[in-house]
Design a protein around this ligand. Sequence first.
Ligand code: CTP
Length: 470
Amino acid sequence: MLEEALKHPIFKKIGKLADDLGLECYVIGGYVRDYLLNRTFKNDIDIVTLGNAIDLAESLSKELDGAPKVSVFKNFGTAMLKYDDLEIEFVGARKESYSSDSRKPYVTDGTLEDDQNRRDFTINAMAICLNSERYGVFVDPFGGQQHLDQKLLITPLEPELTFSDDPLRMLRAIRFAAQLNFEIDPKTLEAIRTQRKRLEIVSSERIVIELNKILLTEKPSVGLGLLEKTQLLELILPELSALKGIEEIEGMTHKDNFWHTLEVVDNLAAESDDLWLRWAALLHDIGKAPTKRFDEKSGFTFHGHEFVGSKMVYRLFKRLKLPLNESMKFVQKMVLMSSRPIVISEQFVTDSAVRRLIFDAGDHLDNLMLLCEADITTKNPNKQRRYKDNFKRVRAKVVEVEERDRIRNFQPPVDGDEIMRIFNLKPGKEIGILKEAIKEAILEGIIANDYHEAKSFMLGKAETMGLKPV
Ligand code: CTP
């Protein structure tokens, strides 16, 4: 009995209405799983009925304050309503069958067990009855609870069948393994590898939802490592698989940039929950595969990989139908700038280099510093300490320079309107040249970020261009 899982008053209500309609009815799936895992209360509730689920959803809506709208998906026999912060989905129990000459399933009404059988994993196939007579009865025909205890993801049916029913489930397996810290049963894992090409029929939008969830786990390398192991990675993110491997020429090697990347993502995840910063960590080295060269003197080089990588971000986002908006631009910027603080930290940290860093990174400087610190994956403790100390110096310098020069969110102290007024100019290229000269002079430290200094510098520069104040 699992009555204590049904504390929310909505369950009793649904059960009574199902009694009135003469329908058997259960809460099933993620809600039951998360309850048994003591995870936080799940607001998405899946209800399965033996019979017409849409009728039950509509009669529930009539009982609730404000009669929330029921969204009906007739073709699937499902309905959904939102109430308070709950999202309740109703589905009629189904049995999926396959005719021998076609892989197309035909869906028919089924028993509860048929329905549980055709769900993705045994831990997602547990149900609790809501009808008054059997209120709280736990129905777990495939050992879901035992698998929860064993921390095991396993399909109720032969995994090939479960995955061909919906290939997205291969990614869900990896995502749940990563989120819950579960193992994937070896047969199920092997089926993911053999069935991986079936993912082709899954929309990018659904794939991205799972990828994002993997990236948002505590240790994203778990899920990303499983993607690599099952070879799904080369289908979804070939740019990352291309980073795998260590080459050796004349005794010179380079690090395996794929496993390095996973370490960077984990390091970053320990410091930030920001999804797009985690994407940036994942993609920060993708330009290394196409730019890799071997030079007899310096060994392997990846010149310009940041620029090439930032261009690749756009193509990758477009292909995966990730948003081509500010978030993408942010990821591009992080990839493009990913070596800047490192380069600065390796040299004597000059004020002008720091001013340029602050100017170019703008509001994203803190994120950029986090990314660069996460990029330190050397196992040599001396180097590790040295790199970290270098970053501390850069950070200290950033604070000092910023306090003095206020470069972040830089606004030119003398703006274009004033320049046009002083010389009675119409908009044109001279104004751009003068503004750029002021900015450069400030960043180089020739003048302070100050109105009077900027104005007199600008007048001097204008004179060399033959401009006279009116
Ligand atoms: N389900 C399935 N195959 C899928 C998606 C879902 O069998 N491809 C079933 C599972 O029984 C799952 C339930 O539908 O528990 C609800 O799916 P969903 O809301 O997507 O996932 P949850 O399991 O609730 O978990 P989460 O919210 O973390 O995605």
